[in-house]
Design a protein. Structure first.
Length: 444
């Protein structure tokens, strides 16, 4: 009797949630949460408290406007680590003043969050408008901590995610040139999304590959030239490259104190602190070092392990990919989710806020569970959620052992197995059906 009543109650709740009124309530909840998340950094600014990276963005923009150097050593490292085009974007934002810049950035973050949820649902379902409210609710709910971090720290992870998901939707709609341009724009803001070019080449998206390269050259050299001059634009790019493309026993790029600490959840960061005698919590020069290494091997050996693991993940990814003639909207959704996970794990610096990118993998899991196709995937996802949730009671203790990385790794394996199942059950297709673009007018 109780089970029957519980089922009826759940059915009634689900019906209300998926009604027009239920969707309106979800939108209201989103707006309220976005306003609260946006208000916190603004309140911190007006109360004279730390505003995290918002201060760096403002100062960098002012330096560009003043014609000063963007990349220079400060206490032995660069303060600003992003590609030169990002500094040009910040120059315009800094004209609004520090409070105006914060307001603009949190507004952009909110728009990017909303777009990411919409685009993830489009990819997961293969439809321009997903009809199940859980597809919009669950992915954000599961990564809400990482979303909050983007607002709190002033990071661009949600913007990068929206650009990448937009590119995936455009690839599905056979608009390769626009897709490549979006990935280039993401890489111009923060370099690591450029890794997606390997996928484009493997899948023979030649137009997207060419578009990415051309757009990247334009953003890196042509765009800054009117503001910095050709010679200085080239010097900025050279200084950024010399400073950032560094990897040695003491650290990655311009973050030697943080590269191998608990904050870095990439394959590089986790491997170095678990396999080498390096400080896993180097918050400052005066703190007491913390070591969690399970072994103490040479730096070269760690790199050999990192390369081997990365290759193994790549081989698994390729093995799971269906042949071009067998691709479907649902197989592409899993494929794009795997690409997102690969980029997160393999990029040398992968701090917590970047894992808001899990919105797409969790949207795929949610869709497959809703359609009754993801029972085995659900059993992979539950331990993933448990591993990620360890950071709530043990924020530093769990991450110091790489809980976020291992959660992403487990999800990658589960989705790879699911894609292999789709591959075995797939049917030949003359061509991949295009997924409608949600903002594209019908008949255009």
């Amino acid at each position: 009797m109780n089970d029957s009543a519980a089922k009826r109650g759940w059915t009634a709740f689900n019906r209300r949630l998926n009604s027009p009124a239920g969707f309106r309530v979800l939108i209201i909840i989103f707006v309220v949460v976005a306003i609260v998340f946006s208000a916190v950094p603004l309140l911190h600014y007006f109360r004279g408290r730390s505003i995290m990276d918002y201060k760096l963005w403002y100062e960098t923009g002012k330096r560009v406007l003043a014609g000063q150097e963007i990349f220079f050593l400060h206490f032995g490292k660069y303060d600003f680590m992003y590609p030169p085009p990002c500094a040009i974007f910040l120059a315009g934002a800094s004209l609004l003043g520090q409070a105006g810049l914060i307001l603009l950035f949190v507004a952009i973050n909110s728009a990017a969050w909303f777009a990411s949820v919409q685009l993830a649902a489009v990819l997961a379902t293969g439809q321009s408008h997903a009809k199940n409210a859980w597809l919009y609710l669950m992915p954000s709910l599961l990564v809400i901590v990482y979303i909050w971090s983007s607002y709190h720290l002033g990071q661009s992870s949600l913007v990068l995610l929206a650009l990448m998901l937009g590119a995936f939707v455009l690839l599905r709609a056979r608009r390769e040139i626009s897709a490549g341009a979006l990935i280039a724009l993401a890489a111009a803001i923060k370099a690591f999304p450029v890794m997606a070019i390997i996928y484009l080449i493997y899948r023979r998206y030649w137009k997207a590959t060419a578009s990415l390269l051309v757009a990247l050259v334009f953003l890196l050299l042509v765009l800054p030239a009117p503001f910095r001059g050709w010679e200085r634009a080239w010097r900025d790019l050279k200084q950024w490259s010399v400073g950032m493309l560094k990897y040695n026993p003491s650290g990655v790029a311009q973050r030697p104190m943080r590269s191998y600490t608990w904050k870095n959840q990439s394959l590089v960061g986790v491997s170095n602190r678990l396999l080498r005698h390096v400080d896993a919590d180097a918050a400052s020069a005066s703190h007491t070092p913390i070591y969690v290494n399970l072994a103490d091997v040479k730096f070269a050996t760690v790199n050999a392990i990192i390369i081997s693991v990365a290759l193994a993940l790549g081989i698994l990814f390729i093995a799971a990919m269906p042949h071009r003639a067998m691709r479907t909207a649902e197989s592409d959704a899993i494929e794009f989710a795997l690409l997102i996970l690969m980029v997160l794990m393999i990029t040398p610096l992968s701090f917590g806020y970047l894992f808001s990118w899990l919105i797409l993998p969790f949207a795929v899991v949610t869709q497959r569970v809703l359609t009754g196709k993801g029972q085995s995937l659900l059993w992979w996802s539950l331990p993933v959620l448990a591993i990620l949730a360890l950071a709530l009671p043990f924020p530093r203790g769990a991450q110091i052992y790489g809980n976020t990385f291992f959660g992403a790794l487990l999800l990658f394996i589960g989705l790879s197995i699911e894609l292999l199942r789709c591959k075995r059950a797939g049917r030949p297709m003359a061509a991949v059906e295009a997924v409608p673009i949600p903002w594209r007018p019908a008949g255009s």
